[in-house]
Each structure stands twice: as C-alpha cells, then as structure tokens.
Write a protein that binds this ligand. Structure first.
Ligand code: CP
Length: 292
C-alpha cells in the first residue's frame, strides 16, 4: 500500500493511467473491490465535496467507513494528529483520508504510522485528489493536455488547487497562465506567466477560477468590484473560444470570482467536475490501497 499526498512523486505515465482508470469507472459504472476494508476520513478543515465524494467512492468500493468528526472527537481535548491516526490504526482502521490546515501535515505521519495516508488537502500546499478530478475533466473534454492554454484565475496565493494543478498540468504539457491581483501573486509559482484575465480570455482553452479564501487572509480586496476587475464576468465569458470550458473547484463565491449565471452555463464544467471527483477518488483508493 502507498501514501497519496502529492502528485509530485507520481510519474506522468501513472497519472495518465489514473485518469483513464477514473474514466473507465465512470463509463462502465464499476468500482474497485475493497469489501471488508476499514477506512476513516479525518477532516480538520471543512469540506463538502472532498469528504463526501471520498465517502461515496469508498462505499461504492465496498469499504466500511468509520465515522470520525473532529468536533466531537478527542482532538478537542488536545490529542495530536499523530496520536489520533495511531489510535485509529490500533483499533483496526486500515487507511485514513486526511485534510488538515497545516501544510505538509503528513510529514508527521508518513514513516511513523503503519497505514497509508491519502490527502484531502494540506493548508495552502497541495490538493492532489482535486487535481486528479480536474485532469479527468480536461481529458474528457480535449483528450490531451499537450499545448492546451490553461488560465488559473483568482486567489492564487492561498490556493492549494492552484499549486497542485500548476505543477501537474505543466508536466503534462499545458501552457499555463495565472491571472490574479498583485497582492495574491505567488513568486514561487514558476510554471506559467502572470497576466490579466483580459490578456488570455480569447485564447484560453480552460478558464479555471479559484475561490477567494477569506478564511486564510484578512480581507484585503474590494469584493464589490472584484468580478468586474478580475473575475469571470459575462462580458469576459462572451469573448471565450467556442470550445473553451470554465472550471472551478468550488465552493463558489457567487458573483465574486464568477458571475452566478455562468456557474451552470453551457461552457461550465463545474458540476461535472464534482461528478468526476467520485471516479477520480476510486482510482486514488485503488492506487494507494491495492496490494503490490
Ligand atoms: N473543492 C473542494 O475541495 O471542495 P470542499 O472544500 O467542499 O471539499
């Protein structure tokens, strides 16, 4: 069994195999078989999509999901992440899915606990399962990543989705652009060019919006005119190529980073992304948990 906490240590060939495996589960209505396997989902940060689509993937794969709620657990008595995971391991849980606000939280687990760790996101670091479902969505649409123009727009600095996607999409051959106000630029992102959304809206194949992560920073922007100045307004959407698509990991600040009317528009793949999340997570579970 293996950990799954970043895509950085997974080869391009293996990533492509995971994408195709997810598409296979979707097209055939099948799932991996993990009947009798015990897993627990530990979400130290709030989640709807990641937590529940992992749970859906786990249950469709026949797993027993041991319920864990941070708010009612001994985490509230000060128990550490390590002690919590060791406790679950001791009572028979065979793998954990963890989301935690601390970047690289998994460093205190990997090599120290005896069960695999699958990440549901680490602080502003990585969100590998979101990246995989985004890749599945783009692959379904275009059949390749080579030469695709992808613009990632919004709160780049605080987005683990931006960090994960920039790395893997560049590796797979996409041309990347980042559209964000100066105060959310991230100098560590070297996979693409910082632009204004207006500079690339007419040529982009994928326009990926990000949520403004109010919980990670003091409000330092004018939310009232963000959509007009930086967001995907109807005027900008009208300039997109016919075959271009709109993505957003969600949850969405409606009418802030994207006009609310565009969320379920013809070009939007936002809800299909969520659907793909279940199949992508089945592939992740199979990758991490199947016997060598
Ligand atoms: N996209 C995403 O990670 O959503 P949740 O925070 O609801 O899991």
């Amino acid at each position: 069994m293996k950990n799954f906490v970043t895509l950085d240590d997974i080869s391009n060939d293996q990533i492509m195999a995971l994408i195709k495996e997810a598409v296979h589960y979707k097209q055939t209505g099948t799932a991996p078989d993990f009947a009798g396997f015990y897993i627990s989902n530990l979400f130290y940060e709030n989640s709807t999509r990641t937590k529940l689509s992992f749970e859906m993937a786990e249950k469709k794969s026949g797993m027993q999901v041991i319920h864990f709620d941070v708010e009612t657990s001994s985490v509230k008595k000060g128990e550490t992440l390590y002690d919590t995971v060791r406790t679950l391991e001791s009572i028979g849980v065979q793998a954990v899915v963890v989301r935690h606000g601390q970047e690289r939280y998994y460093d205190e687990l990997i090599g120290h606990v005896g069960i695999p760790v699958i990440s549901g996101g680490d602080g502003c670091g990585d969100h590998p399962s979101q990246s995989l479902l985004d890749l599945v969505t783009i692959y379904e649409e275009f059949g390749t990543f080579e030469g695709l123009k992808v613009v990632i727009a919004g709160d780049i600095l605080h987005s683990r989705v931006a960090h994960s996607n920039a790395k893997i999409m560049k590796r797979l051959g996409a041309e990347l652009f980042f559209a964000t106000p100066a105060y959310w630029q991230d100098a560590s992102l070297r996979e693409g060019e910082f632009v204004h959304l207006d500079d690339v809206i007419e040529t982009a194949d994928v326009v990926m919006l990000l949520r403004i992560q109010n919980e990670r920073h003091a409000k330092s922007y004018n939310q009232d005119n963000f959509l007009d100045v930086y967001g995907l307004s109807k005027e900008r959407e009208a300039k997109m190529k016919t075959e271009a698509i709109i993505m957003h990991p969600a949850p969405i600040n409606r009418d802030v980073e994207i006009d609310g009317d565009l969320i379920e528009s013809e070009k939007s793949r936002i809800f299909p992304q969520m659907n793909n999340g279940v199949y992508a997570r089945m592939a992740i579970l199979n990758y991490a948990l199947k016997g060598e």
